[in-house]
Ligand binder design. Structure first.
Ligand SMILES: [Zn+2]
Length: 71
């Protein structure tokens, strides 16, 4: 099942929910305060990948850190 990340509008809690495709956002409650004022954000896994790529300097991709540190 896909994991979605939600953010609570009331307490600003970020939490992840395992949800089936038939579930709607209205069924999601904040894991902290129980509010249903939650907003679905991008799924946690893909968010980490995209943010990681954008934070890596272009120069870091050309070098191989594992090779240089092996000897
Ligand atoms: Zn909350």
């Amino acid at each position: 099942m896909p994991i979605y990340e939600y953010k609570c509008s009331d307490c600003k809690e970020n939490f992840e929910v395992l949800t089936s495709s038939s579930a709607s956002d209205k069924d999601i409650e904040c894991s902290k305060c129980g509010s249903r004022k939650v907003k679905k954000t991008i799924s946690a896994s893909s968010f980490r990948i995209s943010s990681g790529r954008s934070s890596i300097p272009a120069g870091a991709l050309s070098g191989c850190s594992s090779k240089s540190g092996f000897s």
